[in-house]
Design a protein around this ligand. Structure first.
Ligand SMILES: *[C@@H]1O[C@H](CO)[C@@H](O)[C@H](O)[C@H]1NC(C)=O
Ligand SMILES: *[C@@H]1O[C@H](CO)[C@@H](O)[C@H](O)[C@H]1NC(C)=O
Ligand SMILES: *[C@@H]1O[C@H](CO)[C@@H](O)[C@H](O)[C@H]1NC(C)=O
Length: 410
């Protein structure tokens, strides 16, 4: 036990042993209680001495207990970490040897879905995301090269002395001025993308790749162009896959209905998403929902940033990747479920703050959110409201936004 552990140390130097004792035994207090009184004072009555002895023993027992508890806690943490690392290793093998080779048959099985929820191991994450996002747009690596070459021509043209004019463009819907503005925006956004990682900024190892993907996308979809927030999405993809694959995933991801609605700023569709979100918000967290309502805290205030960057700007990167994992599994619904998980996690704090503090809190979430805590909270969020699922609620609202939006009408 505790006493033996302490005694088993191999002959510590006197000073060390004093310090060790100090850690465990409250020496100064002990001395006061235990020491017999100076000879010139009357002797301690036996009863009092016994009481003091008892107090002392209790204190030592408490200290021992505390020490034991802490040692056990440390041991458990270490065991957990070892187990976690083993799990990640095992999961990586399962993903790469069993699931990925048999993707189409296995990806929707219950076992794979459960494993997926626990987080995709980083070593296979890019491949899993690519497969899950798919390539409905049939983009090839060659198409990426073509788009990139065009983007480079444009950059050359815009950095060259202004011999070009607005009329020399063959592309409909994107004037020279537009393109320059978008190039400037890309530059600005890249400089603000995960600045703490120092890999996307000018001179960093992934700066050119990020620039290339964003530039190629503006050539691929001039109708969408560059929208702020996109650089975070591209950056997360670049961290997990090769350039051309990252471009393919990027373009297909942005092509999903929810992302298109937000990136093209389709106001009415965005409102529909917010309204659907509020239906599940009220269902899951009625108290907080009422509090937000009475403070006029509307979902756009916090959801826009979360959806635009798929949480990669708001959550720690490892946690955001876990959100992306399940987003790839469950689709857009999971983005809103995550939002409810965050609100649920901080419900107590949020219920006691006013509009401005809530808005500040939600636009700048605590930095130390951990994946386990957040996912426990998300798991407790139900995405079923009076037997209607997310897609049903959304479709009802889309068909008849006036009538079917009890939340907005109230
Ligand atoms: C893939 O699935 C097929 C049929 O479902 C099965 O026969 C095969 O063993 C699986 N392969 C792997 C690597 O699990
Ligand atoms: C992609 O290819 C498939 C099969 O060849 C085709 O059915 C589909 O229309 C294509 N999609 C696009 C966006 O070109
Ligand atoms: C862009 O300009 C550089 C030098 O200024 C040149 O080497 C490169 O070939 C040009 N690229 C394109 C695509 O025009």
């Amino acid at each position: 036990g505790w006493g033996q552990q302490k005694a088993a140390g191999d002959s510590p130097s006197p000073r060390q042993s004093v310090r060790k004792n100090l850690e465990f035994e409250p020496l100064s207090t002990t001395a006061l209680i235990l020491e017999h009184r100076p000879a010139n004072l009357p002797a301690k009555p036996a009863e009092e001495a016994e009481k003091h002895q008892q107090q002392y023993e209790e204190m030592v027992a408490q200290a021992k207990k505390r020490e034991l508890r802490e040692a056990q806690k440390r041991k458990k943490q270490l065991e957990d970490r070892v187990k976690q690392e083993e799990n990640i290793g095992n999961a990586a093998l399962t993903w790469s040897q069993e699931i990925l080779p048999n993707w189409t048959t296995m990806c929707s099985s219950k076992r794979v879905k459960e494993l997926w929820w626990q987080g995709v191991p980083p070593s296979v994450r890019g491949r899993v995301w690519s497969l899950a996002i798919g390539n409905d747009l049939n983009i090839t690596h060659e198409l990426y090269d073509i788009c990139l070459a065009r983007a480079k021509e444009r950059w050359n043209a815009s950095s060259a002395p202004s011999t070009t004019t607005d009329t020399d463009t063959g592309d409909a819907g994107s004037s020279h001025a537009d393109r320059e503005a978008s190039l400037e925006l890309i530059k600005l956004d890249i400089s603000r993308t995960f600045p703490s990682l120092c890999i996307f900024q000018k001179g960093g190892p992934y700066h050119d790749v990020l620039h290339s993907i964003l530039g190629a996308y503006t050539c691929y979809r001039p109708d969408v162009g560059y929208v702020q927030g996109m650089s975070f999405i591209a950056a997360v993809l670049i961290l997990n896959m090769h350039t051309a694959d990252a471009f393919i995933a990027f373009a297909n991801l942005l092509n999903k209905p929810c992302q298109m609605a937000f990136y093209r700023v389709d106001h009415s569709l965005m409102l529909t998403y917010f309204a659907a979100f509020e239906v599940f918000f009220e269902e899951n967290l009625p108290k907080l929902f009422a509090h937000f309502k009475s403070n006029n805290l509307t979902p756009d205030i916090y959801l826009i940033d979360w959806i635009f960057t798929l949480y990669s700007k708001s959550l720690p990167l490892d946690v955001a990747c876990r959100v992306w994992d399940v987003f790839c599994r469950d689709g857009e619904e999971f983005l809103f479920r995550t939002a409810l998980g965050i609100l649920r996690l901080y419900e107590d704090v949020l219920t006691h703050m006013d509009f401005i503090h809530n808005a500040q809190f939600l636009t700048r979430l605590p930095e130390h959110i951990n994946a386990h805590t957040l996912f426990s909270s998300i798991a407790a969020v139900s995405m079923s409201c009076r037997n209607r699922k997310w897609t049903q609620v959304l479709h009802t609202l889309q068909k008849d936004p006036e009538r079917a939006s009890p939340v907005l009408k109230r």
